[in-house]
Design a protein around this ligand. Structure first.
Ligand code: A2P
Length: 344
């Protein structure tokens, strides 16, 4: 019989955590047991897994004993507290928060892009930011073929990226507006219904938001190329599921849009949808619920000598979070040596 693993999901009641459970099930991850962990707020409640109900347990220092792999999506504070405890007890953590992404001991992995970097892990592996994942899956084939000097990206990010509370705020605010009632923002600094907010995460002294700087710093780490120039504007839009990105790149050597389209069509994890004459291009409404990264509107950026533009869409809860985390777990079990931890 093939080996099965004891798995835990921390943040199992959240938007990403529920998707992690779904992804483990849908991808047929060989789990012997699955533990659903969250805070005391939801201890005792039920979450669905593989047609049955799991009882949510409050996370504590003893939660990870005997667990082989834990998927975390409970925010940075919980990751800071529990990832080292888990790793020290022999459990490999795949962490969806931003807490460990820039730690030199922690590989930041997109399986299609830098799977080999996983070998250096000591017990904690970071899942990149949702917007970074879909951008780099789309850019990797072009980066390998002709190099990339500079990336300019504008994102159109759905409210589920803020978690379940973001989804609820957009739904309720929309409903109240149609009833001509006021619904003051709670989760976002301004109304998100029928609006666009150029403000995701907090502002930094350099004028960018933390979300925008994640796209810069994570690109450097994942491509292992601190020389690549990246500038981002991250925008929250009134979409429930699926992030979209307008991306302009300056390549190292010239590449025709047709050649880029062919490269992308052959690349793992990508589905090219690019027939604008027939109104075929990626859309959040269609990408939602899917695991691929969708790429379209591939065209020359005529304002630049070696410029290429494209439109990239993915489900932020799936490839942008849960699917990528489960794919990392799949890399771990492919090589049994990778399940050892060494967190000091
Ligand atoms: P809980 O349901 O107990 O609040 P979302 O991203 O959709 O807001 O979900 C966040 C997830 O992270 C939830 O499952 C939430 O659990 C969990 N969570 C948040 N903070 C903690 C914490 N300090 N310890 C454990 N789980 C946490």
């Amino acid at each position: 019989m093939s080996k099965e693993y004891d798995v835990a999901v921390l943040g199992a009641t959240g938007a990403v955590g529920r998707e992690m459970l779904k992804s483990l099930q849908e991808r047929g991850f060989p789990s012997k047991s699955v533990k659903a962990l969250a805070s005391s707020r939801s201890a005792g409640s039920k979450v669905e897994f593989d047609g049955r109900e799991l009882t949510v347990e409050e996370v504590g220092p003893g939660s990870f004993a005997g667990v082989d792999i834990a998927l975390f999506s409970a925010g940075s504070a919980a990751s800071l507290e529990y990832a080292p405890i888990a790793a020290k007890s022999g459990c490999v953590v795949v962490d969806n928060s931003s807490r460990w992404r820039q730690d030199p001991r922690v590989p930041l992995i997109i399986p299609e892009v830098n799977a080999n970097a996983i070998k250096k892990h000591k017990g904690i592996i970071a899942n990149p930011n949702c917007s970074t994942i879909q951008m780099l899956v789309a850019l990797k084939p072009i980066y390998d073929a002709v190099g990339i000097k500079r990336v300019v990206v504008s994102t159109y990010q759905s409210v589920s990226g803020t978690g379940q509370k973001g989804v609820e705020e957009l739904a309720e605010q929309t409903r109240q507006l149609f009833l001509s009632k006021d619904y003051p923002p709670k989760v976002y600094p301004h109304r998100i219904a029928f609006n666009c907010l150029p403000h995701i995460d907090v502002f930094e002294p350099n004028g960018y938001t933390k979300e925008e700087m994640k796209m810069v710093n994570e690109t450097h780490k994942i491509f292992d190329d601190p020389g690549i120039k990246v500038t981002a504007t991250c925008v929250r839009v009134p979409v429930f599921y699926g992030h979209s990105e307008a991306i302009w790149i300056e390549t190292g050597r010239p590449i025709k849009p047709e050649a880029a389209r062919e490269l992308l069509a052959r690349a793992p994890g990508i589905l090219v949808q690019d027939d604008p004459g027939k109104a075929v291009y990626p859309m959040a409404s269609e990408a939602s619920g899917r695991e691929e990264v969708f790429v379209g509107r591939i065209r020359a950026d005529n304002s630049l000598e070696n410029g290429l533009a494209m439109w990239v869409v993915a489900d932020n809860l799936k490839k942008g979070a849960a699917t990528n985390a489960v794919e990392i777990a799949e890399l771990l079990i492919r090589d049994p040596g990778l399940l050892a931890t060494d967190w000091a």
